[in-house]
Design a protein around this ligand. Sequence first.
Ligand code: ZN
Ligand code: ZN
Length: 350
Amino acid sequence: MSNIKAYGAKDKDADLKQIDIERREVKDKDVKIQITYCGVCHSDIHTVRNDWGGGKYPVVPGHEIVGKVMEVGSKVSNFKEGDLVGVGCMVDSCRECDPCKKDLEQFCENGMVGTYNGKDKHLGGHTFGGYSEMIVVEEHFVLSIPENLDAKAVAPLLCAGITTYSPLRHWNVKEGDKVGVIGLGGLGHMGIKLAHAMGAKVVMITTSPDKAEDAKRLGADEVLISKDQEEMKKHKNSFDLLLNTVPVSHDINPYLALLKIDSTMVMVGAIEPLEPMHGGSLIMGRKRVAGSLIGGIKETQEMLDFCGKHNVVSDVEMIDIQNINTAYERVVNSDVKYRFVIDMESLRTA
Ligand SMILES: [Zn+2]
Ligand SMILES: [Zn+2]
């Protein structure tokens, strides 16, 4: 085992501080990665603050990991020392259940192992995430990063990117489709970029008119202010897909009116009870509300390759690990465009 530096919180009310954690020795199928960048996801904050319950401490968050391969096990075939790689939200799953066999490890019936606060099969206890110097991950869960992309801006693709890419693909977004992205934050900004790169006509749907200019810069063809009843009426029954990235409970009925017959609104943000939905909003037009969670490993690699081909990365603001607590406050106040990424060199040299 090796003892390394990390940043973690000792309980739900504590700030994140430098701590020591252990990583396992490299086994046959393992890849040891020196972490260069790690994105800051809203889930990191929810987990640290135990908003979803079941807290495990100390928690070392981080599941948007980019790094360089330091060492590989004897049975590793896809990676070698020096490769640029990524690790997202999962580091393991059973590999035997139906979803796992269908490359949907995120829905593993025996529970996928989260990159942090998952059950650590190797060392016991729980897993520690990317706010650390290095990580050891089984090859199957390591992703290859296209060398043409800006590595630090790739980090958020590993969670925010795949969370929005997977539903766009699953619902077959194609050239000319009208796609609405609801909410402009970490997820929404990736939704716009990816739908635009797929050739869709993208409409940013937001409550704040001041986000219009930025939405267009990111690739939106049009901006729809959802508080404007007249504008909402003009777009009635016209969308092929709605990607709802709003992270909190809200009234979804006005958005359902925007869908074409047989079309779907996919929820990717709010993991909490929603305001009541009127049955008529669905019945009138055979409409659907669906959900989606990240993507499988195979699809995550496909997303990274797609981003390499279309030159899509996240808009990021770089921070040192020592500023993580301030960054959390800013994320909570939606004061970031659009993702913080930690330069992990700041931890190595600390
Ligand atoms: Zn995340
Ligand atoms: Zn499984």
